[in-house]
Write a protein that binds this ligand. Structure first.
Ligand SMILES: C[S@@+](CC[C@H](N)C(=O)[O-])C[C@H]1O[C@@H](n2cnc3c(N)ncnc32)[C@H](O)[C@@H]1O
Length: 235
């Protein structure tokens, strides 16, 4: 298999800082003890990840979250869907510690695997058609024009998503940043492998019942910003 190490060094970073406030002792303890147990790394021997063999509990579907932030959505989806396993990626270590706290409190250990780094490292090594759902919720908007090329949504990353997502399955994108919404719709509708699921004018303005809230979404709502919930089907 092709060596991906060059890709990692040449790809533009889509995330900002990796560390924020000092972690509480319990959070640090979870990073030291639970994370090594749940961590999913790209295989060193260059093989693909067998998504049917990575969870301790048998699962019927494998979902994937890019940039889970504090992990609220991820934990809620696992609780509401006892048949799924989740691969969750986030390079911001305070967010990873927060997700591990949810996992530990809510006993979700058997159906989650975590990468504390760039999600693309795992997307690269997932087999074709191996995911049943993919989430990109409130991605970093990279507001300045000269930074727009760092946005996760772009031709190269969408090709990756299209390769790993099963036909008929959903890619969900939420945002409160209207230029990013326009950017997303432009890229997604131009991509030959996706179709926008839009059943009416209210469809994308209201969060679906099976889409738990995230921290960034709640913050946007408190600030009076409208949020948009987009669902795309892999053709
Ligand atoms: C604005 S925050 C939103 C967090 C969360 N989804 C929410 O809605 O509360 C975007 C997050 O995506 C993460 N991120 C950005 N690029 C990423 C990538 N390539 N792989 C994994 N996470 C990424 C950032 O570290 C950041 O925590």
């Amino acid at each position: 298999m092709e060596d991906k190490s060059d890709l990692y060094s040449t790809r533009l970073k889509t995330f900002g800082r990796r560390q924020g406030y000092k972690l509480r002792p319990h959070q640090q303890q979870l990073l030291d003890t639970l994370l090594p147990d749940l961590r999913l790394l790209p295989p060193e021997n260059g093989t693909m990840i067998d998504t049917t063999a990575i969870f301790k509990h048998p699962v019927k579907q494998v979902w994937f979250e890019i940039g889970f932030g504090g992990g609220e959505h991820c934990a809620a989806q696992l609780e509401q869907n006892p048949d799924i396993g989740m691969i969750a990626c986030e390079p911001f270590m305070n967010g990873v510690a927060s997700l591990l706290t949810h996992v530990d409190k809510r006993n979700l250990h058997d159906r989650i695997r975590v990468l504390d780094d760039d999600a693309r490292q795992l997307l690269d090594v997932l087999p074709d058609n191996s995911l049943d759902r993919l989430f990109l919720l409130f991605p970093d908007p990279w507001r300045k024009k000269r930074h727009a090329k760092r946005r996760f949504i772009g031709q190269e990353n969408l090709d990756l998503v299209a390769r790993v997502l099963k036909s008929g399955c959903e890619f969900r994108v939420g945002s409160d940043h209207m230029p990013y919404i326009d950017w997303t719709l432009e890229h997604m509708t131009q991509h030959p492998d996706f179709e926008w699921i839009c059943e009416g004018p209210q469809d994308w303005r209201t969060r679906p019942n099976d889409w738990p809230p995230t921290r960034y979404e709640q913050k946007a709502i408190r600030q009076g910003k409208p949020c948009v919930y987009l669902r795309f089907k892999r053709k």
